[in-house]
Design a protein around this ligand. Sequence first.
Ligand code: NAG
Ligand code: NAG
Ligand code: NAG
Ligand code: NAG
Ligand code: NAG
Ligand code: NAG
Length: 395
Amino acid sequence: MDTNVVQFFKLVFLLFFPCMWTPHDAQWVHVSSTGISSAGDSINPGDTLNSSTYIVSEKGTFALGFFHRIDSTTTTTETYLAISEMAEADQILPFNLFVWFGSRDRPIVNNSVMLTLDNNGTLKIVQKGGDPIVLYSPPQPTKNTVATLLDSGNFILKEVQSNGSIKRVLWQSFDYPADTLLPGMKLGVRHKTGQTWSLTSWLTDEIPVPGPLALEWDPKGYQLIIKQYGVIYWTSGVLRGKTFKNISPEVTSMYDFIIVSNEDEDSFTYVNSNQSQRSEWLLTTMGQLKDLKGQDIARADYCYGYNTNGGCQRLKQPVCRHHGDIFDLRTGFLVAGDFSANYDSSLGISDCRAICWNNCGCVAFTSWFPNDTGCRFWTDGPQALGVATSSSRPS
Ligand SMILES: *[C@@H]1O[C@H](CO)[C@@H](O)[C@H](O)[C@H]1NC(C)=O
Ligand SMILES: *[C@@H]1O[C@H](CO)[C@@H](O)[C@H](O)[C@H]1NC(C)=O
Ligand SMILES: *[C@@H]1O[C@H](CO)[C@@H](O)[C@H](O)[C@H]1NC(C)=O
Ligand SMILES: *[C@@H]1O[C@H](CO)[C@@H](O)[C@H](O)[C@H]1NC(C)=O
Ligand SMILES: *[C@@H]1O[C@H](CO)[C@@H](O)[C@H](O)[C@H]1NC(C)=O
Ligand SMILES: *[C@@H]1O[C@H](CO)[C@@H](O)[C@H](O)[C@H]1NC(C)=O
């Protein structure tokens, strides 16, 4: 086949920032990296956790504290209460695996901030010059509470008896997942309250505010699904015994699945077959679901266009796109060509791809802003595309 014709149908996804596929990294700081030590694994009534302290779970697996994200391109700092997996016991850095955020959709701009548990059992983030962010407030004042970070990565607020034993769990961070599923966390729905448990991707690899992609448990279909803005892009296929049709058995053999289906809830949980190993499932900004070893669980990042492999769903296609059309990831600069910009900084890269795919005039896209938000679309003919310097698949 004539290569020019192939070029014509190939759409080029230009990537100016090769670092985009690396894990969340060093722009994150916690003041304690300058030497302040941890304050146990719990917060008691009257205690506060300020921006220079943190708590660490008993065996040193997870830390909870305030983390500052410094955006070098806009020089803004945002502060988040977060739980980070710790690299090794006794070593607080690097804090690069954030598994939970206390106020993910409401970053704190003022870094004069504290987490408090008061004598009535209210757990909240208090910030200077802003409203408090209440994580939990009991219906009636509740004495004898304690908030503890567990080695599972769950931060629980419990009511205790006077002898110290647990009376009940009032609130837990596992009920509010971010982009990471840890062993013991649920996906699904609690019928009584209508509360759903699902993962939501970050907006970009550096910005943890909720992005467009979600991982859910579909109790009717008895399967896992990945959605973008409510549209199903990928399904695992029905869970039969220990396997899902569209997940490699090599991956599923490492886990045991617990399905609960009763009047209280419908939920999916995984645990490690080997209990002494750590694991987590991470939903990336492009829709890849991968485990801690980097193994693929799902590739919803390939689910666009006519691809129906590996669990990708058939989506309605614009008439101008054809079988075999795919985006080809390129690194480099496009020197020529007409482009348009979308300055909406709530758009992430998977939004740009969806917009470009559905706009018949679009031949290539990348982010607009240096922080990987917004979109740039090329509307030029294929002759302009030859200048990209190298080509590779997203990892
Ligand atoms: C944070 O709390 C610790 C321990 O209570 C205290 O030593 C430190 O001065 C506090 N830092 C700030 C900035 O308030
Ligand atoms: C605790 O609850 C009591 C009774 O509702 C109220 O008077 C008091 O102000 C509350 N304390 C705090 C710290 O909110
Ligand atoms: C942070 O808090 C201080 C003290 O209340 C206030 O003067 C300042 O305006 C706040 N900054 C922002 C960005 O809200
Ligand atoms: C603690 O007290 C509760 C109720 O008073 C009792 O049921 C429980 O057995 C006690 N636990 C221990 C470890 O003593
Ligand atoms: C479980 O994992 C631990 C830690 O990686 C390893 O030492 C052990 O051999 C594993 N056990 C089995 C039965 O695979
Ligand atoms: C990303 O950059 C744009 C443009 O500078 C800015 O408006 C936006 O607030 C930034 N987003 C975040 C979350 O920092």
